[in-house]
Design a protein around this ligand. Structure first.
Ligand SMILES: Cc1cc2nc3c(=O)[nH]c(=O)nc-3n(C[C@H](O)[C@H](O)[C@H](O)COP(=O)(O)OP(=O)(O)OC[C@H]3O[C@@H](n4cnc5c(N)ncnc54)[C@H](O)[C@@H]3O)c2cc1C
Length: 483
């Protein structure tokens, strides 16, 4: 069995440590933040400033892929989330009557909760594991490596760099981590430091060749505000569909736990109306100009936050294997440190959990070896990269539409029709939901001749169909956002 040193106590780190200890490994987790998620959800969600995880206050859609992994591998965590107030929503419940069940339908379920609910449930379960040690307020500051001369491990001060760093071609073997409190040795270091973890810097400091990074800038800005449904109103409206995109702006509602929900507006970063959306009154007017925003806000919800903005997120893929082989062994990434994706498809948590499970399942197989590093990379390219690529293509399409306001022309008519047809046709909804919940790649689900024929028939019956025709037109939008 292996001893894992896990950098970062976010979703990827907590899940890796938990899944690994449940398989008989031991894990030591290092988290920069001094505070741990508890079960006072509102206090931890609204009252905890988390500069190292700025997205923690943004709504998180927990897709079927994440929910199914929890249900199958960590049923106690899944149950604890439900106990804390998370809700499940079956995609086919969009229809007045759920269509007769088919194999696989049981996986098309969204878990609706604030991110803190997942963190809290994971942290509670991890605290109970005898094989786990969690070190809060102890950031990892450097890596230890095996001495190239074949002796014991060398600790490297990032400020001074690698004493043996004269051969940048050879892969470096990481043997442990250093923190302000000392050095720790293990069989495998797992980097779950997230999008701001800075592992490249630490690897550079020990003489590693740089990771191979693919980066795509997205031109979207998000504005979110949290609300609570009035007492006695346990459910929001079942319709309209929670996410709608117009020609130059979109609106999404994220139902969460305990009557809490978020409304998000998204526009292009170059949109001149963008800064006005930070004003709660403007935000609310603009949100109510979209059907889901209006349906939810009309219920008399109480605001729980100001308008929280975030923008210019990129899609970033970071590989620790280049054309010469692994740049490092003894260290593998999970979560956002391999791939962080812009949130329009809500994939990040699911991909982090998949990687955590992969590490836990394989950590007994000589994890310090170069072979292990290559296998982890190969797995990530096969399993995670197609979803990263899908996100890149989806964002490019939205960015282009919002930048050019081309939503009501013929642009991407078939793609838009697929989504609108799904709202009326359970077969197309199943295909859409399989893609949404990461159960089947889009090139398979949408290439199915039956699905294509259904969408084509739907379109043929609607010659006047205009894609993305929701929300206000530009003139109305400028009035709404004019202060
Ligand atoms: C605006 C936004 C919205 C999102 N919406 C969704 C969504 O709807 N659905 C979804 O599934 N995903 C969403 N995501 C993505 C999701 O948040 C991430 O994919 C997920 O948090 C990845 O988990 P992680 O553990 O890799 O990183 P994180 O959760 O960011 O955790 C990293 C942790 O590492 C710690 N750390 C960093 N460096 C060190 C160090 N040197 N030593 C010790 N600790 C360190 C940090 O303090 C932090 O706690 C969204 C992301 C953003 C930005």
């Amino acid at each position: 069995m292996a001893h894992l040193l896990v950098i970062g106590g976010g979703i990827g780190g907590l899940a890796t440590a938990l899944l690994a200890t449940r398989r008989g490994h031991t894990a030591e987790l290092f988290e920069r933040d001094t505070r741990a998620p508890g079960t006072a959800l509102d206090r931890d969600f609204f009252g905890w400033r988390r500069p190292t995880v700025p997205q923690a206050s943004q709504p998180h859609a927990l897709l079927g892929a994440a929910r199914n992994l929890l249900r199958d591998e960590l049923p106690d965590v899944h149950q604890e989330m439900l106990r804390l107030g998370a809700r499940e929503r079956h995609e086919l419940d969009w229809f007045e009557v759920r269509p007769p069940a088919r194999p696989g339908d049981e996986d098309l379920v969204m878990l609706q909760a604030r991110r803190i609910v997942l963190e809290s449930a994971l942290a509670t379960a991890l605290r109970a594991e005898a094989g786990a040690v969690v070190r809060h307020g102890e950031p990892v500051t450097g890596l230890t490596t095996a001495s190239r001369a074949g002796g014991g491990p060398a600790a490297v001060d990032p400020a001074e760099g690698d004493p043996a760093g004269d051969d940048p071609v050879a892969g470096i073997r990481v043997t442990g981590v250093t923190t302000g409190a000392g050095r720790y040795e293990g069989d495998l270091v797992v980097d779950a430091g997230g999008r701001r973890g800075g592992i490249e810097r630490r690897l550079g400091a020990v003489g590693c060749r740089p990771p191979v990074v693919e980066r795509h800038r997205t031109g979207l800005a998000y504005f979110c505000r949290w609300y609570r449904l009035p007492a006695g109103t346990d459910e929001g409206p079942r319709r309209p569909w929670a996410v709608t995109g117009g020609a130059f702006a979109g609106c999404a509602v994220f139902p969460a736990d305990n009557r809490v929900f978020a409304v998000t507006l998204f526009v292009h970063t170059a949109d001149t109306t963008r800064s006005a959306l930070r004003d709660p009154a403007v935000f609310e007017r603009a949100a109510r100009s979209f059907p889901p925003g209006e349906a939810w806000l009309a219920l008399g919800a109480e605001p729980l936050s100001g308008v929280l903005a975030t923008a210019s997120l990129d899609n970033r893929w970071s590989a620790l294997v280049d054309e010469r082989g692994p740049v490092v062994s003894g260290l593998v990434p999970v979560g956002d440190s391999i791939t962080h994706t812009n949130p329009t498809l809500g994939q990040g948590t699911s991909l982090a959990l998949w990687a955590a499970r992969r590490v836990a399942r394989t950590a007994h197989r000589d994890p310090a070896s170069e072979r292990y590093a290559v296998e982890h990379h190969t797995w990530a390219v096969r399993t995670l990269k197609p979803w990263f690529d899908f996100q890149v293509v989806a964002d490019a399409a939205i960015g282009e539409r919002f930048a050019t306001r081309a939503g009501r022309t013929g642009t991407a008519r078939e793609v838009a029709a697929l989504f609108d047809c799904a709202l009326e046709d359970p077969e197309v909804m199943r295909a859409r939901a399989r893609v949404r919940h990461l159960a089947q790649p889009p090139e398979q689900a949408y290439a199915d001749p039956e699905i294509r024929a259904r969408v084509a028939r739907w379109l043929a019956a609607r010659p006047e169909y205009a894609p993305n025709a929701v929300g206000p037109d530009r003139e109305e939008w400028e009035k709404l956002t004019a202060g």
